[in-house]
Ligand binder design. Structure first.
Ligand code: NDP
Length: 276
């Protein structure tokens, strides 16, 4: 019987996931004995795959597209941030056999912005492009940084308006169409659409980014994404992709599972150096 603690990321597709590499580097750095794998799990197999995993020395799971909502439904207990985001990217086996669901995406983004890139969000005008699962996970941690306001723009306007309604108790949040923001200016534009994955861009006007503003694409790729290029073309002070967020959300999950916080700086540096 394998007694090494098992961890994994479930998703579909999953073959390009960097999570096994990141968690293996964390384990080496912190001298934790564990095994972390990537498993291709379509939505219809999620419940049985989770049960099987935790039956065979499984201690913790990451869940990615398209499983975060199913993981939220499966969790027996939810952290406050998972309750708010209605999506779970981290499952933890508790001593009593129950599964705790958490969401580390938002805290990972904020850590990358504020610690790694030293960007203060205080009194900043923030625009979030997209109103899917990732947007849902980042709104509350961003609001905790006390920006002036957050505007969520989405192709399907109803989803942006719904998010606004759900999160409006946290502060000044608007939900609208791309057309509605044409004449506005923002200090930070976050691309939380999946458009970059197909090399596309949401319809952005060239005046959206304020002078000294920054752009951040939650998606990441070896080459600059379409949105990172857009930021560079529009003279963003920073035009970043989501590799740092990926490592930071993983570090938070690792901490939840193992009680040890890995250092992320060198690992982000290593993964950056491997881009070609
Ligand atoms: P969802 O499928 O839940 O949402 C996708 C969003 O993108 C929707 O708002 C959709 O609009 C919008 N969209 C898709 N294509 C276009 C397009 N061509 N033009 C304009 N809008 C478009 O995805 P997620 O929210 O889970 O993920 C979003 C992105 O965030 C992905 O790129 C993902 O890789 C990244 N991500 C990165 C993480 C990291 O650690 N770096 C963590 C989590 C996510 P509509 O509602 O109209 O369909």
């Amino acid at each position: 019987m394998n007694t090494t603690d098992q961890y994994a990321v479930f998703g579909h597709p999953i073959n390009h996931s960097k999570s096994p590499r990141i968690h293996t580097l964390f384990a080496e750095q912190t001298q934790q004995r564990l095994n972390y794998t990537a498993q291709d799990v379509p939505a219809e197999s999620f419940t049985s795959a989770v049960a099987d995993f935790f039956k065979h020395s499984g201690k913790g799971l990451n869940c990615t597209v398209p499983l975060k909502e199913l993981a939220w439904q499966r969790a027996d207990i939810l952290s406050e941030r998972a309750k708010l985001s209605k999506a779970v990217n981290t499952l933890v086996l508790q001593k009593d056999g129950s599964l705790l669901g958490d969401n580390t995406d938002g805290i990972g983004l904020v850590a990358d912005l504020t610690i790694n890139h030293k960007l203060s969000l205080l009194k900043k005008r923030i625009l979030i492009l997209g109103a899917g699962g990732a947007s849902r996970g980042i709104i509350a941690p961003l609001m905790e940084q006390s920006p002036t306001h957050i505007v969520i723009a989405n192709r399907t306007v109803e989803k942006a308006v719904n998010l606004r309604q759900e999160f409006s108790h946290l502060g000044n949040i608007a939900g609208c169409s791309y057309q509605d923001i044409r004449d506005n200016e923002f200090d930070l534009i976050l691309n939380a659409t999946s458009a970059s994955l197909t090399g596309e861009l949401p319809p952005l006007t060239s005046t959206l980014l304020a002078k000294q503003g920054s752009c951040y694409d939650l998606a990441y790729s070896n080459k600059p994404t379409a949105f990172v290029k857009w930021g560079l073309e529009h003279k963003a002070v920073n035009s970043l992709d989501g590799l740092g967020m990926l490592v930071e959300q993983a570090a938070e999950a690792f901490f939840i599972w193992r009680g040890v916080r890995p250092e992320t700086k060198d690992i982000i540096g290593l993964l950056n150096s491997e881009r070609n």
